[in-house]
Design a protein around this ligand. Structure first.
Ligand SMILES: [Zn+2]
Length: 489
């Protein structure tokens, strides 16, 4: 008995020591370093330690080595007087994962760009395509939708359009899906992505089987729910019940994506359900984007029969992303045949505000831009939160706004990938992913008509200790972005 107690105490001690090692401030500096970069006289805000004070920051070999009131020197000096020095922003939900999209992201202050909702069917290929040629950090989940498309030979693009939407999977195909998910997780995927609304023929059992694979290793499931809107019986409440049940049954952590664009006026009910599930020990988190319109492909199952009643909107609430025109019954029918991105003005500003101000909600963009066309969320989400909702409307404090785009996403991800323990914070030992902005100027400029507009007020962005944005300008040929990946087995 005593030996057992000793063993337990010893293992507690080991856990405590390793926790201390993983925390910030683990390498207090002697102060005599020769820094690569120093950031001087900025207002340093760290949402974890709650530091909010004028400090100098010393950076060496990709890490923050010192945060101090004393003068320090380095080979490169950034004068941050009048500016906020914050942890680099982390976007958990970004579909556009190419040079065009990364440019807008970094000029919106984002240093880590993740595709977690849809994910990929080939984790190794996805990472290898970006290694060494990317200026932000990047990461991906293994996706149920792309795997289902591959297994069922669906010819769709971003979203499926044929068998992967409308056909039930055979037992053999469910087995193939499970193998594909397991393989992706073994290759360091950051969890499992689901777009249940895009695959309505995927049975509840199929989804539960995939959750079981995730539950074994506690890999988070990032879910676009099966239904949106208010119309019973297949509404957003039923959709959230399905995935909370799946999380409870299997033990898989759950992250609910873009809650406002599925909940509409029922979003407060969904947030209440999430809090209640959390209070019963379900590992559950949630995100939203700061806009009153959604966007997806018009040819997808989202716009199958009944969308008007489900979403509480009609044709004139739809806007064609390529031209900005509002749709009619005729143009809707025409575009549904050709395919493309459609914006739906379907969320009230009151719901956007109440959701952003809820302390459990992370902000993520759900962004994608193609040839300069798309939804402004892909280019302006982060500056919009800090400019419109923090400064102009005073909906939340600056520290709280930063917490939602730095610390909270890092905390969601740090169990699957320990590298996130060094992100989302600014403290000694943290990765030098740093966003420096003017709190009086920061604002989004992208609109539904002109989404391809850079945000204003992002002065400097550092990724792994390298300057990627210098005095508001993107630097050419600097690619310090690293893969963020779970354990490869
Ligand atoms: Zn989605």
């Amino acid at each position: 008995m005593i030996t057992r107690l000793k063993k337990i105490l010893l293992s507690c001690l080991v856990i405590l020591i390793s926790a201390a090692v993983m925390n910030c401030d683990r390498n207090p500096s002697s102060g005599t370093e020769d820094f690569d970069i120093v950031i001087l006289n900025g207002r340093v805000i760290d949402p974890e330690s709650k530091l909010d004070a004028i400090r100098n920051v010393g950076i060496k070999e990709g890490s923050v080595i010192m945060i101090t009131e004393k003068p320090i020197n380095g080979r490169t000096t950034i004068d941050a007087r009048g500016l906020v020095v914050a942890p680099g922003f982390i976007d958990m939900h970004q579909h556009g994962q190419d040079r065009e999209n990364y440019t807008y992201k970094v000029l919106d202050g984002v240093t880590t760009v993740l595709e977690l909702e849809m994910g990929t069917s080939d984790v190794d290929r996805w990472y290898s395509e970006r290694e060494g040629n990317t200026f932000v950090n990047f990461g991906v989940s293994v996706g149920h939708v792309p795997l289902r498309m591959e297994i069922m030979h669906d010819p769709g693009g971003f979203a499926p359009v044929s068998d992967a939407v409308y056909r039930r999977a055979s037992d053999l195909e469910i087995g193939m899906l499970k193998n594909g998910i397991e393989h992706g997780l073994n290759r360091g995927a950051l969890g499992v992505g689901f777009g249940l609304m895009y695959t309505p023929a995927a049975s509840r059992w199929e989804i539960l089987e995939i959750f079981r694979i995730a539950g074994r290793t506690k890999a988070p499931c990032y879910v676009h729910m099966r239904y949106a809107g208010l119309k019973e019986p297949n509404n957003c409440i039923a959709a959230l019940e399905e995935i909370i049940s799946a999380a409870a049954i299997t033990g898989a952590p759950l992250h609910v994506v873009h809650i406002t664009s599925l909940g509409f006026s029922y979003t407060p009910y969904l947030l209440q359900m999430i809090k209640e599930a959390h209070s019963r020990a379900i590992d559950i988190t949630v995100e939203c984007y700061p806009y009153t319109a959604t966007q997806t492909t018009i040819e997808s199952a989202v716009y199958d029969e009944g969308w008007q009643e489900s979403f509480g909107i009609s044709f004139s609430d739809l806007q064609w992303a390529a031209t900005g025109e509002r749709l009619t019954a005729e143009s809707f029918a025409q575009y549904r045949k050709t395919g493309g991105m459609v914006i739906a003005h379907s969320i009230s500003e009151d719901i956007v505000k109440s959701t952003i101000s809820d302390s459990i909600v992370i902000i993520a963009s759900d962004g994608v831009l193609e040839g300069g066309k798309g939804h402004p969320r892909g280019t302006g989400t982060f500056a919009r939160v800090l400019g419109k909702y923090v400064r102009e409307e005073k909906l939340i404090s600056l520290k709280e706004g930063l917490r939602k785009i730095t610390l909270m996403p890092a905390q969601r991800l740090e169990k699957i990938a320990t590298s996130f323990k060094n992100k989302g914070r600014i403290c000694t030992g943290a990765d030098a992913d740093i966003t420096i902005f003017d709190p009086e100027q920061i604002i989004d400029q992208a609109t539904y008509e002109e989404p391809a507009k850079y945000s204003k007020g992002i002065s400097y962005v550092l990724v792994n200790g390298k300057i990627v944005v210098n005095n508001g300008q993107l630097q050419d040929g600097v690619f310090p972005g690293k893969a963020v990946r779970g354990i490869i087995k």
